[in-house]
Write a protein of this length. Structure first.
Length: 413
């Protein structure tokens, strides 16, 4: 085989052309440093050059014009593309120049002058996104999305007891929210939250609960956010997860101890089918709004170690998984996708939070008498962190006497 027969037919982005000739430039990028009283300099290597690749080729044949147009379109597309080079094989390149030349004297052919630069991998992309903020915005939007879904599904046509049944479910949900909030922040620590529930209860007893169940439930569940502000985000998260059990069947693993269990509706008639569908839509609404409020509370928590971030993330995502499974079993594709999209943002947020936190570890205490400030000095070089060590270890009876020869739980230094 002749040497020239080993050349490959050239192409760019899959558009072939016949190569005529080409050239390039290769070498290293350097900076040369010259020093006083030295006869030679020193070249600092900065890596391989971004070598230009220049090719001349042509399109020929009965469809040479169509080939030429396709090659021009390929060169005009943004981003890198695959170039099959006659000598070097397949390269990822960016086209930096495309000059088609033709003459009437040379019929049936368009000659191209093409210039390329080899494209490298963007190995270290900068990611400055605040995923906690993005997750918080997604949670806020999801509250409205879930109420909109409920509004589309609810059907109050038919006998009056259909609306009465929904109103009864609403009253039960508000009672549960009231009980859970009271337990989460006893001693008057949730007065504003309880005021919201009281307002929702007053609206529910006004005779229009059937028509406005979604908005009334939304008002009552807003107490969970108020609880996070007034009392503690951790308490609000716990309360949200408890309220999200509303509607669980008695005896099931998710049945709440706060009166959220509902008896199943016997689907014996078309009206009963409507009642059952309304109950499903309403319980889905309460559960989803409660978990979303819980997500908002979790994002507001001041986390101080990696394990805590993992625990909180696990609690929220386990509940989201349960709700997505229920949505899938019920054929609720819209609800499933909304929950899944929210979960993706939550996972990103807690991954980012966890990456900035140190894990808890077990540190051995010397056999001699060791005060907490000495341990803090040894671990962190900061005796002021002695209080932190005592706080993390409730078994420590006195800050001057850590348990000799035992271990204490501390943040990794």
């Amino acid at each position: 085989m002749e040497a020239w027969q080993k050349y490959r037919k050239a192409s760019f982005r899959g558009v072939e052309f016949w190569p005529l000739d080409g050239d390039g430039e290769h070498g290293r990028r350097t900076v040369t440093h010259e020093y006083p009283q030295r006869d030679v300099g020193l070249s600092e290597d900065l890596g391989k050059k971004a070598a230009p690749i220049n090719l001349q080729g042509h399109t020929v044949g009965d469809d040479f014009l169509e080939q030429a147009k396709r090659l021009i379109e390929a060169c005009n597309k943004p981003g890198p593309g695959a170039l099959v080079h006659p000598l070097f094989g397949t390269l990822q390149v960016v086209c930096t120049g495309c000059r088609p030349n033709w003459t009437l004297a040379s019929k049936g052919k368009v000659v191209f002058s093409l210039s390329f630069i080899e494209e490298g991998e963007n190995r270290y992309p900068a990611d400055n996104a605040d995923y906690t903020e993005l997750a918080a915005k997604k949670a806020e939007a999801s509250l409205g999305d879930f109420q909109d879904m409920f509004g589309e599904l609810i059907d109050l046509k038919g006998p009056g007891w259909i609306s009465e049944s929904l109103a009864k479910d609403l009253t039960g949900a508000l009672a549960m929210i009231n009980q859970v909030v009271s337990v989460a922040a006893p001693g008057g620590g949730a007065s504003a939250a309880l005021d919201l529930v009281a307002q929702a209860k007053a609206l529910a007893s006004g005779g229009t609960a059937g028509q406005s169940a979604g908005s009334i439930a939304g008002l009552g569940l807003g107490a969970l956010n108020s609880l996070a502000t007034e009392a503690d985000p951790a308490a609000a998260l716990w309360a949200s997860l408890e309220v999200s059990k509303f509607g669980s069947l008695p005896g099931s693993s998710g049945a709440s101890t706060y009166g959220g269990a509902l008896a199943a509706v016997p689907q014996t008639t078309a009206a009963r089918d409507t009642q059952a569908a309304n109950r499903q839509a309403f319980t889905d609404l309460v559960r989803r709004l409660a978990v979303t409020h819980g997500i908002q509370a979790a994002l507001d928590m001041d986390l101080d170690n990696y394990q805590q971030a993992q625990k909180v993330s696990g609690q929220v995502n386990d509940r989201l998984d349960e709700l997505m499974l229920e949505a899938g079993d019920n054929g609720d594709d819209e609800g499933y996708l909304a929950l899944r999209t929210l979960q993706v943002e939550v996972i990103k947020a807690f991954e980012q939070k966890g990456a900035s936190l140190q894990p808890l570890v077990r540190a051995p205490v010397p056999p001699a008498v060791t005060p907490s400030f000495a341990m803090a000095m040894e671990l962190y070089g900061d005796p002021s962190r002695a209080e932190e060590i005592v706080r993390r270890n409730p078994g420590v009876m006195h800050p001057g006497f850590l348990p000799s020869g035992d271990e204490v739980e501390v943040l990794r230094a």
